[in-house]
Design a protein around this ligand. Structure first.
Ligand code: F6P
Length: 359
């Protein structure tokens, strides 16, 4: 009997259960039912603590459309993985290897984002057979054109911007919608365009607040008394981008804004007299059922992961490149962040339809 452990790690997102189902159903097919699947609870935490349970075929039925993850998840920062716990004395890496062995696993399937992939690569280097799937609403995993979760979150963020339009136009207000994404702006860029935002602020394109204000004033002069800004959680001003890491950290520590949207609102109020409101949809963006695109992508990734396992092609993530599902070595994925490139065509296309990036 071939034994496979499966875990979900990091922030949840839509399509996790669809992917778990895809992996499981395809494994049963590939191995003619000669496979046992073990659910590792709450991400790497479960592998560290031995919180692992044998699952049955029926566990994977009826979960295609379910949000969240039936396995639970947690954040286990990679930089802490090799640090021995002061209080408990737990050696996380040693425990993970021991539990993998104790449960007789032949392979571990890991569903996660960037941090998760660093740890997956480490476990692979430590000798465990690992296959992974890229999930995250941020779409920032290197080696794949698309992660599952992104399109569903994009639909939600787009809906938020759509809905804000009615109040923005009726009241003639400036609305700042904060979209998730601390390090990258994929979600904000796509939802901003899809929702018809007038200004999009991204971590990859530092903004100049005077420029942002001038766009709002220009729109006003053209008779448009409202403006909508889609602002990524990690949006950064030109001054901040020019600071040294330490300086920026010190500045952030002094600031009392609940989040970046409030900071942008405050900065803007020095330049414009319009009423400014902030909307932060937050974890709504990661919630609910996966959209059709994510259900299909998760299923494809799941089936591809099972095929890799059947062919003993461990040490790989499944990725999407130009519409094809391909294996990508974990060693190439680990430690890289897929940011929006400066020559990304969509940026110029957005500018062509009058969207400003405040730069
Ligand atoms: O990585 C996904 C993500 O939703 C980011 O967009 C966001 O910055 C972060 O997770 C929020 O993390 P948490 O749910 O731990 O607050």
């Amino acid at each position: 009997m071939y034994k496979v452990g499966i875990l979900t790690s990091g922030g949840d997102c839509q399509g996790l259960n669809a992917a778990i189902r895809g992996v499981a159903k395809s494994l049963y097919e590939e191995f003619d039912d000669q496979v046992e699947i073990y659910g590792v609870q709450n991400g790497y935490q479960g592998l560290i603590n031995g919180n692992i349970r044998r699952m049955s075929k029926s566990d994977f039925s009826g979960i295609l459309t379910l949000g969240g993850t039936i396995l639970g998840t947690s954040r286990q920062p990679f930089k802490m993985m090799r640090v021995i716990d002061d209080v408990t004395g737990v050696d996380k890496v040693k425990n993970m290897k021991a539990n993998y062995k104790k449960f007789g696993l032949d392979c571990l399937v890991v569903l996660g984002g960037n941090g998760t992939h660093k740890s997956a690569n480490m476990l692979s280097e430590e000798g465990l057979n690992v296959v992974s799937l890229p999930k995250t609403i941020d779409n920032d995993v290197w080696g794949t054109d698309m992660t599952f979760g992104f399109q569903s979150a994009c639909d939600i963020a787009t809906d938020v911007i759509d809905c804000i339009h009615t109040t923005a136009t009726s009241h003639g207000r400036i609305f700042i919608v904060e979209v998730m994404g601390h390090k990258v702006g994929w979600l904000t860029l796509h939802a901003g365009i899809a929702g018809g935002a007038d200004i999009i602020l991204l971590p990859e394109i530092p903004y100049d607040i005077e420029k942002v204000a001038s766009i709002i004033n220009k729109r006003e002069a053209e008779g448009k008394n409202f403006s909508i800004l889609a602002v990524a959680e990690g949006a950064i001003s030109k001054q901040e981008a020019a600071m040294k890491k330490k300086e920026l950290k010190a500045l952030r520590a002094k600031e009392t804004y609940p989040s970046v949207a409030y900071k942008v609102a405050d900065e803007l109020s020095n330049y414009i007299s319009n009423e400014i409101r902030v909307t932060v949809p937050g974890h709504f963006q990661r919630g609910g059922s996966p959209c059709a695109y994510d259900r299909v992508l998760s299923t494809r990734f799941g089936a591809a992961a099972a095929r890799l396992i059947k062919n003993r092609k461990y040490g790989n993530m499944v990725g999407l490149r130009n519409g094809e599902i391909v294996p990508v070595p974990l060693s190439e994925v680990a430690g890289k962040l897929k940011k929006i490139p400066s020559d990304y065509p969509l940026i110029n296309e957005a500018k062509d339809v009058g969207i400003s990036f405040g730069d």
